[in-house]
Design a protein around this ligand. Structure first.
Ligand code: LLP
Length: 439
């Protein structure tokens, strides 16, 4: 920390002479001669031109991860439906649509975005516990692939809406396999205590009871047990249970064709985390699918986009304290809420590496909440006022969870393609903040 020696001394628990730890910067990010790059673009060039806070995404990284899923599924009837909620920016949706991806949506708004980005409605699955009639009608009109239905009440609405439109809704029931995903409680969804999915006995009843309904066409069975799953054994256990249910139903004459296993594969936010790699995860799933005859749908979000995004921010102030040092940056919890909402760890990397003494500090934003932090008691390389930092692995559930809290305009977004970059979402202006309001 470049501190005025007259100010209170920096509080540091790092032994003198110890080196600052190297931050984990996953591909497509890397240091070249001490400068942090995304593909072939120096991030400081983007920060200087586009301003901060600013999300930067590397197209190559997203493509590589999509292709890892696709290659692992070669020869198997499958659908890769990107979970739009992870990052619904048009440029990301377009990139994935061009690769042939399908989409997992949870609102009419997400369907609108997918269509605007050139996504194929015939590859869209509509998930979520609370679909409104207007959203169902919109999705039916657009001819989406199917609905993942989560309750009898919703099934009745799907059937009635479809009948009213003279069509049939293609439906899979999202079942609850009662498996613990061993992840943060807010992103765990596969236990009976959660609002998600239908217990197996009730699902069996619904499949049979509604098989003759002229508004319903059964498609498959779906599940999703949680997110940021590092050890995939609960996921594989859920797949096994759901496949057994699907086979029973088929034996009873219900025309089940596909099994949708949701998303959930985790990524390494910390250097010591070792998530299952995409090919190994899919191989374990296919092991269960072998000879089942069902087609496989997956709904990855985070594992496609998280590591290919960073949030660039600038150090506004250094504030030494008696208890701890604070590095105050221009991004805040409204830009990236994951640290306070899920106690999530994001590596913080300087855009330029230089020899320095390590510093222990809280990295915080300008928002008036003590929960407005990106890191607490983090050992960082020394930082100075005006310097840019990258908050890593922020491509998933970063911008999409951002808000205008404290009347802060939402950040700009940039997409890097090889050696070129472009702004794909302009920074919001103050006029944007009051659009549509009146008094
Ligand atoms: N399918 C369904 C039905 C989902 O609910 C989700 C995520 C996914 C797929 C994609 O899961 P993924 O592959 O990204 O793990 N905001 C939280 C994550 C919430 C996940 C919600 N559902 C976070 O920042 O960690």
């Amino acid at each position: 920390m470049s501190l005025d020696p007259q100010n209170s001394p920096a509080v540091t628990s790092v032994p003198a002479g110890a080196a600052a730890p190297s931050p984990l910067v996953p591909a497509p990010f890397s240091y070249r001669d001490g400068d942090l790059y995304c593909d072939d673009v120096r991030l400081s060039e983007i920060a200087a031109a586009a301003g901060t806070p600013c999300y930067v995404y590397g197209a190559a990284g997203i493509r590589d991860r999509y292709l890892a899923y696709r290659d692992a599924l070669v020869g198997v009837p499958h659908a890769i439906c990107y979970a739009v909620k992870a990052n619904s920016s048009l440029a990301i949706l377009r990139l994935l649509a061009e690769l042939g991806a399908g989409f997992d949506i949870v609102s009419g708004g997400e369907l609108f975005r997918v269509l605007r980005a050139g996504g194929d409605p015939a590859k869209v699955v509509f998930s979520g516990v609370g679909k409104a009639e207007s959203e169902i009608a919109y999705a039916l009109n657009q001819g989406i692939h199917s609905f993942n239905c989560e309750s009898e009440s919703e099934l009745l609405l799907l059937a009635a809406t479809a009948r009213g439109m003279g069509t049939r809704a293609r439906v899979s029931l999202r079942v609850n396999p009662d498996v613990d995903a061993n992840t943060h409680p807010y992103i765990s969804t596969g236990l009976q205590e959660h609002k998600f999915g239908i217990p197996f006995p009730e699902a069996r009843r619904l499949y049979t009871q509604y098989r003759g309904d002229p508004g319903i066409e059964w498609v498959g069975v779906s599940c999703h047990i949680g997110s940021q799953i590092l050890d995939v054994s609960p996921l594989v256990e859920a797949v096994e249970k759901v496949l057994a249910l699907a086979s029973d139903l088929r034996a009873e004459g219900i025309p089940i064709q596909e099994v949708d296993i949701g998303g959930g594969l985790g990524i390494a936010y910390r250097p010591q985390e070792e998530p299952t790699a995409i090919p190994s995860f899919i191989a374990q799933v296919l092991e269960k699918f072998r000879l089942s005859g069902f087609s496989l749908a997956v709904e990855p979000g985070r594992s496609l986009v998280a590591e290919s995004g960073v949030l660039l921010t600038r150090v506004l102030h250094l504030k030494p304290g008696s208890d701890r040092n604070f590095v105050i940056v221009d991004a805040a919890m409204n830009d990236l809420i994951r640290p306070v909402l899920y106690h999530a760890h994001h590596e913080i990397a300087p855009l330029t590496l230089r020899p320095s003494q390590p510093l222990v500090a809280d990295v915080v934003g300008p928002v008036c909440e003590s929960g407005d932090f990106f890191a607490r008691k983090r050992t960082l390389p020394e930082v100075s006022q005006g310097e840019w930092l990258a908050i890593c692995a922020a491509g998933a559930y970063g911008f999409s969870l951002s808000s205008n809290y404290n009347a802060r305009p939402r950040a700009a977004e940039v997409l890097v393609e090889g050696a070129t970059w472009r702004v794909v979402r302009e920074r919001e202006s103050w006029e944007d903040l009051i659009r549509g309001e009146s008094f």
